[in-house]
Write a new protein. Structure first.
Length: 334
């Protein structure tokens, strides 16, 4: 057996980032970039001390129980609902994620998707490509204003605040938000944001953006009942996680004109997309790309590598990974 710890890079990652891992570890990669089945993931992790994962790899009690030598799972994502963190705690496994480095990029995308939704950019582009544009008319693809409108944000963490800043300071929007905890008064006033209850948020927002983490609590946080509270002219944008919105209920609400339009970057059961969403015109659909700029994806991969290297006790920050999710497991068992 090699003296160097083995690690699994579960999906295709930038070569130079893998080279950083090769300095310390025996690295197994996944050049085909096809997500492993559960059984294959368990098999590939045999003997490995660490893994670089994405949201596609579920790390749960079964995976951990079958790999008792595993010590660090490092997600290339800020969200980590693919990790059973309680099971990681039980098995003494450090879990890490990639916050901060993607905040502004993701907020840019959230704002862009909200604007595309409000101004019907995708729907009108499809119309033009279909060759249906034969005259200009006054109300053709007339949507809703973004400037000066009320921006509602559900989930006011780092990304929610970055979106609020764009809305308040760039577009003169009134910002209202709902979150598990209220921001301090200084942050609220810097963002020109007002804390409201969830029902008021749904009722008042012209453009509602979802930026909250997925958990059992946030499952279907926006379903038929919530959509029924929204203005018929409102838009809904989800850049958080699939499962926060009840996609079937949303497709029905869009088809019935209960709300004006939606912009979705994440889906229940992705990469599958509810077929009912594919057949309504007033929804902009993107394939989970909110953090996808080259610079940010590189920063995420490098931060995940930093976490794996330091978590496994190597490099200048040995034992002090920069962004642990469950630092209580440190120092790691041998
Ligand atoms: C992407 O969805 C992430 O959580 O980083």
């Amino acid at each position: 057996m090699s003296a160097r710890p083995g690690v699994l890079v579960a999906r295709a990652v930038f070569d130079d980032v893998v080279d950083r891992l090769r300095v310390h570890f025996d690295v197994e990669t996944n050049p085909s970039d096809t997500p492993f089945s559960k059984a294959e993931l368990i098999a590939r992790l045999q003997g490995k001390r660490g893994a670089l994962t994405t949201g596609s790899e579920r790390i749960d009690a079964e995976v951990l129980g079958a790999n008792p030598q595993l010590r660090v799972v490092s997600n290339i994502a800020v969200g980590y609902n693919n990790f059973d963190v309680a099971a990681c705690d039980t098995h003494g496994v450090l879990a890490t994620n990639t916050p901060d480095v993607l905040t502004e990029t993701t907020a840019d995308f959230g704002f862009a998707l909200m604007m595309a939704t409000a101004r019907r950019i995708a729907e009108s582009e499809h119309f033009l490509r279909r060759g249906e544009w034969n005259k200009w008319s006054l109300t053709m693809f007339a949507g809703a204003d973004v400037h000066g409108a009320t921006l509602g944000i559900l989930g006011m963490g780092r990304i929610g605040q970055a979106i609020a800043r764009r809305g308040a300071h760039g577009f003169g929007m009134k910002v209202i938000y709902h979150n598990r905890s209220r921001l301090d008064a200084t942050t609220e006033s810097a963002l020109n944001a007002r804390y409201v209850g969830k029902a008021e948020l749904l009722q008042q927002a012209d453009h509602l953006v979802l930026v909250l983490p997925y958990s059992a609590e946030s499952h279907h946080a926006v379903g038929a009942a919530e959509l029924a509270l929204m203005k018929p002219t409102a838009t809904l944008t989800n850049i958080a996680r699939g499962g926060i919105v009840d996609d079937a209920a949303l497709a029905q609400a869009l088809a019935a004109g209960r709300i004006a339009a939606a912009g979705l970057d994440v889906y229940e059961g992705e990469p599958a997309v509810n077929p009912a969403l594919l057949s309504v015109p007033n929804v902009v659909l993107t394939p989970h790309i909110a953090s996808a700029t080259i610079a940010t994806r590189r920063a995420m991969a490098n931060l995940a590598a930093d976490n794996l290297i330091a978590g496994l006790g190597f490099g200048p920050d040995a034992g002090r990974p920069p962004t642990p999710i469950n630092p209580g497991v440190l120092p790691l068992r041998p």
